[in-house]
Design a protein around this ligand. Structure first.
Ligand SMILES: [Zn+2]
Length: 418
């Protein structure tokens, strides 16, 4: 394994603070001098970069938004000459201008290094057979896992998404031990395995690295029971360099440890833009501290979470701890003054063994789930008690809802009367 991985994970608070401050100061100046977008943005905000010295000064700086990145298409925010770019990836959203993230060689190395921290914590080694189900293409998933899996000389199956029967056949025939996937994919695998007469517990699978969408603790319990594996939550977004870059789940499951030597993480009130107190929920804002081709300053990710704590964790890691990502600001549902996310509903449904569902939001809320009608009163009671509203609940037979091989679409907004 690459040197420095363990050292990076277990840096002391003092080391983290020192490197964070040094890199922060330098990235602000780098962005200002190399990127006309930031030069203009800082000037418009009346920022004198020479006066930005301490990490706390970050709150004076303006935000970068997804719209800014769209406007920058194709490479207007790139800080290096084109010949230094070694690849691009693309970030979500199917409408409008694509969001393109360029990488230098060093950026690809940084991606790999952060992913190797995840592999280290999950104890993934050259003996593992790693099946990578996210796509190999412009979306970042496949390559992120691949770079690290390749670097440790593991047995890599770069199968990409889809063809679930084939995925299972490969798992069985090659003895896959580690599955990399979106969080909803294991459920689909379990279902198809049953159709094929494969007992998933008899597979060699030991670990799953799951991400790309929010998944509740209850959903985790279900997946771990069905497959008899250990699951790990892996955050990361293309804008920050891809899957696995920003942090990884604590081995004690206390939350996500965010790699503060590489990223500054802030939580803001999405309406006012003010930084909120630790423990309070808000939108996650990232600053990449050592990316070369397109570092982003105070990027509004749309992810919703909260800082859990900043003290040393019982697992020995001193990087800050953020709660697992609960949802995206776009997915927030406001109903009769109550705010909640699809994952809040999932948590309740999964506690009754319900894993396939959709939430329809119109002038009312209808939750359609696969399961027995007799569950309705209990689910209704829990939603009323924990979330504070009363939805319409509809039970449908198993197999009636749409299945997903990538990110699941569970929230449907409708114009109709519910
Ligand atoms: Zn920890």
């Amino acid at each position: 394994m690459m040197s420095g991985i363990k050292e990076g994970i277990y840096m002391s608070r003092k080391e983290i603070e020192a490197i964070k401050e040094r890199r922060f100061r330098s990235i602000i100046r780098y962005a200002f001098w190399r990127c006309p977008f930031y030069r203009k943005k800082f000037k418009e905000a009346g920022i004198d970069v020479d006066k930005i010295r301490k990490v706390e000064d970050i709150e004076k700086l303006p935000f970068t938004t997804k719209q800014d990145l769209r406007n920058a298409y194709p490479l207007k925010m790139c800080c290096v000459p084109k010949e230094e770019v070694v690849r691009i990836q693309m970030s979500g959203g199917t409408t409008g201008q694509p969001v393109i993230i360029p990488y230098t060689r060093k950026d690809v190395e940084q991606w790999k290094e952060m992913m190797l921290r995840a592999f280290y914590l999950a104890e993934i080694t050259s003996k593992d057979v790693i099946q990578i189900t996210p796509a190999f293409g412009l979306w970042n998933g496949g390559f992120g896992f691949h770079f690290a899996a390749d670097a440790i000389n593991a047995f890599v199956i770069p199968i990409g998404p889809g063809n679930t029967r084939n995925q299972l056949r490969f798992m069985r025939d090659f003895g896959t031990t580690v599955l990399c996937a979106t969080a909803s994919y294991p459920l689909r695998l379990a279902e198809v395995a049953q159709e094929m007469g494969i007992d998933v517990k008899s597979l060699s699978l030991q670990k799953m690295l799951l991400g790309a969408e929010p998944w509740s603790d209850e959903m985790r319990k279900r997946i771990e029971e069905i497959f008899e594996v250990r699951t790990y939550d892996i955050p990361g977004l293309t804008e920050m360099g891809g899957v696995g870059t920003v942090g990884f789940e604590c081995p004690e499951r206390n939350g996500l440890h965010m790699w503060e030597d590489n990223y500054i993480v802030e939580i803001i009130d999405p309406e006012t833009g003010e930084v909120v107190d630790d423990g309070k929920e808000g939108e996650v804002v990232y600053t990449s501290l050592n990316r070369e081709a397109m570092p982003l300053i105070r990027y509004r990710s749309g992810e919703v979470s909260a800082i859990a704590y900043r003290d040393k964790c019982e697992c020995g890691i001193e990087h800050m701890t953020m709660k697992r990502i609960k949802g995206r600001t776009d997915d927030m549902i406001i109903y009769k003054g109550v705010k909640f996310y699809p994952s809040d509903v999932e948590e309740i449904l999964a506690s009754y063994g319900v894993v396939h569902y959709k939430i329809e939001v119109g002038n009312g809320i209808r939750i359609v789930f696969e399961g027995d009608e007799s569950l309705i009163p209990a689910i209704e009671r829990d939603i009323k008690e924990f979330l504070g509203f009363k939805p319409k609940l509809v039970a449908v037979p198993f197999g009636s809802l749409e299945r997903f091989e990538g990110k699941a679409k569970r929230l449907v907004r409708l114009d109709e009367v519910i």
